[in-house]
Design a protein. Structure first.
Length: 491
C-alpha cells in the first residue's frame, strides 16, 4: 500500500493553496519551538508570537476559503464567521484582557540593590485585578507573549484548517521533527556533551537536546509519542484493510520508539511513571473494547508482536545511551533524594495554597508567583534550602495551583470555559470510538496529570503543541469521510 492510501479520500476539490500554506506555517511554528531551547528565551517567544500572528492572519485573509472541504457540497461558513463563533477565541480574549489589567494595575513594585531584592506596596485600584511591577523575566507582559502565541495558534488552526489531510500533514511533520530532535538528544547524551549546541552551558545536568529541564523533556516527548502512536494505529488499520503491505506503519512505529526512548532517558521519574501508566491504560482500553465487541481481532497477533519489538527497542536503546546515569539517579533516589523531594513539594503545595487564599479573587499577577512566594517560603525551613543549595521557587511544581495563585478564581474562569468547550466537544464527537484519536487524547490527558506534579505548561514548546493538538483532533474527528466510513473490525 502506498503512502497516498493513508490520506483521506480525495474530494472533488483539492486542498486550497491557502490551507496548504497555513499547514506548512503551523508545522514550521511547532517544529521551531523545541529546537529554540523549548521557547523559554525572550527572542524565541517573540518569534513564536509573530509566527502565530502570521498564521491567524493567513487563515482570515486567504482568498480560497470558499472551496468546499472534504465531503462537503458547499463551502459552509467563512473564516471570520468560524472565528466569531469560536468560544475559545472570546474566552482567550477575556483572559488576555485580564492579564493586561493586572500588568497596568500593579499592587507591588520590585526593588533591587546589588543581589538583594524586595517588594514595595504601591497605589492601585483595589477593585480591579492587580499584578506586580517586576522584571520582564517574570511578569504579566512576559506571560502574554507565551499565552498569546498559544491562543493565536489555536484560533488559526480552528479557523483555517478544514481538511483531515491538512491535520495529518501537520501531525506527521511535527512528529518527524520531534523524532529527529530525539535522535539529536540521544547522540548528545551518548557523546557526553555538557553544553547545549556545545556553547550554552546550563546548571541542570540532565538537559536533553535543547530542552533544559528534565520534566519538560518528559512532557514534550510523551505528548508527541502518543501522537505518533495514534498515527501508527491509523496506519495499521489501513494496512489490514488493503491486501498490500505497508511500510508506513513501521516508520511511525520507529517514531514511537525514538520518542518513548527520549522519555525514559529524561530521568524524570514522575514523567516516566505517568507516561507508562497512561500508555498501559490506553492499551487495556483498546484491547478490552475490541474483545467485548468483536471477539479476538485478527490484528491482535501482529499488534502484540509490534508492541513487543517496540518495547524491546526502547529499553535497549535507553539502556545503551543512559544506563549509567539512570543507575546513579536511582541510587540518589534510594539514598533519600526522592523522599525529600516529595516532602518538599508537599510543603510547597501547602504554602502555595495559603498564598492563593490571601488573594483568591483576582490573584497575585500572571507570572509573579516567584516574587510573592518568598513570603510563604520563609515559613518552612525546608523550602529555603536543601543540603545542596539555597532554593528559589520559580514555580510551585503544580501548574493548576499556580494558575489559581496568579490569576485567582476570576482570572481562571476563562480557562475553565476553554477547558469545558474542548471536553464537551471531544465527548460529543466520541473520540474514544477511534483508536487513533484516543491515543492522541491520551497524550493530552497525560500532560494534564503531569501538570498536577510539575510545571510542563511553563515550557512554550509543550504548551503551544498541546494547544494546537486540540483543534487538530477535533477537525480530524469532524471529518465527513471519517464519520461516513464504518469502523473496521480488525482493530
Amino acid at each position: 500500500m502506498s503512502s497516498a492510501a493513508l490520506l483521506p479520500a480525495r474530494s472533488k476539490a483539492r486542498t486550497p493553496a491557502g490551507e496548504r500554506a497555513l499547514s506548512a506555517l503551523a508545522a514550521l511554528h511547532l517544529s521551531f519551538l523545541p529546537w529554540a531551547f523549548g521557547g523559554v528565551d525572550l527572542w524565541s517567544q517573540v518569534t513564536s508570537l509573530a509566527l502565530a500572528g502570521a498564521m491567524l492572519t493567513l487563515a482570515l485573509l486567504r482568498r480560497d476559503d470558499s472551496v468546499p472541504a472534504d465531503g462537503e457540497n458547499s463551502p459552509g461558513e467563512g473564516a471570520w464567521a468560524r472565528l466569531r463563533t469560536f468560544p475559545v477565541f472570546w474566552a482567550g480574549l477575556g483572559l488576555m484582557g485580564f492579564v493586561v489589567v493586572q500588568a497596568l494595575n500593579p499592587a507591588f513594585h520590585y526593588r533591587q540593590e546589588g543581589t538583594i531584592w524586595w517588594l514595595v506596596r504601591g497605589e492601585h485600584v483595589a477593585w480591579l485585578p492587580a499584578g506586580m511591577d517586576a522584571p520582564l523575566a517574570g511578569n504579566p507582559w512576559r506571560v502574554l507573549l507565551v499565552w498569546g502565541s498559544c491562543w493565536l495558534t489555536v484560533c488559526a488552526l480552528w479557523t483555517g484548517v478544514k481538511r483531515r489531510s491538512s491535520v495529518l500533514l501537520i501531525l506527521t511533520v511535527v512528529c518527524t521533527n520531534a523524532a529527529l530532535f530525539a535522535v539529536f538528544g540521544l547522540l548528545q547524551r551518548a557523546g557526553g556533551i555538557t553544553a547545549i549546541y556545545t556553547n550554552r552551558s546550563v546548571a541542570l545536568s540532565y538537559f536533553f537536546a535543547a530542552l533544559i529541564y528534565k520534566h519538560h523533556v518528559a512532557a514534550y516527548f510523551s505528548l508527541l509519542a502518543f501522537v505518533a502512536l495514534g498515527l501508527a494505529i491509523r496506519a495499521l488499520r489501513h494496512t489490514w484493510q488493503e491486501p498490500k503491505p505497508s511500510g508506513i506503519f513501521c516508520i511511525y512505529l520507529l517514531g514511537v520508539v525514538l520518542l518513548s526512548t527520549a522519555v525514559l532517558v529524561s530521568f524524570s521519574f514522575s514523567g516516566i511513571m505517568i507516561f507508562g501508566v497512561v500508555l498501559l491504560g490506553l492499551a487495556a482500553a483498546l484491547l478490552g473494547r475490541r474483545l467485548r465487541t468483536t471477539g479476538p481481532p485478527r490484528v491482535l497477533g501482529p499488534a502484540m508482536i509490534a508492541a513487543t519489538i517496540a518495547v524491546t527497542a526502547v529499553v535497549a536503546l535507553a539502556g545503551a545511551v543512559g544506563a549509567g546515569d539512570f543507575r546513579e539517579k536511582l541510587h540518589q533516589q534510594w539514598q533519600g533524594d526522592g523522599r525529600d523531594a516529595v516532602n518538599t513539594r508537599l510543603q510547597a503545595y501547602h504554602r502555595g495554597w495559603e498564598m492563593f487564599q490571601d488573594r483568591w479573587i483576582s490573584g497575585w499577577g500572571a507570572g509573579c508567583f516567584v516574587y510573592g512566594f518568598t513570603k510563604y517560603q520563609r515559613r518552612e525551613p525546608e523550602l529555603a534550602r536543601t543540603r545542596y543549595a539555597a532554593l528559589r521557587w520559580e514555580h510551585v511544581h503544580n501548574d493548576w495551583l499556580e494558575l489559581l495563585i496568579e490569576l485567582g478564581v476570576v482570572g481562571c474562569l476563562p480557562i475553565a470555559v476553554m477547558a469545558w468547550f474542548w471536553v464537551r466537544r471531544l465527548v460529543d464527537l466520541q473520540i474514544w470510538r477511534d483508536p487513533s484519536l484516543l491515543a492522541v487524547g491520551a497524550g493530552i490527558g497525560a500532560l494534564v496529570l503531569h501538570a498536577l506534579v510539575d510545571f510542563p505548561a511553563q515550557c512554550p514548546a509543550v504548551l503551544v503543541t498541546a494547544g494546537a493538538l486540540l483543534p487538530l483532533i477535533v477537525r480530524w474527528a469532524e471529518s465527513p469521510t471519517r464519520r461516513a466510513s464504518p469502523e473496521p473490525r480488525c482493530f
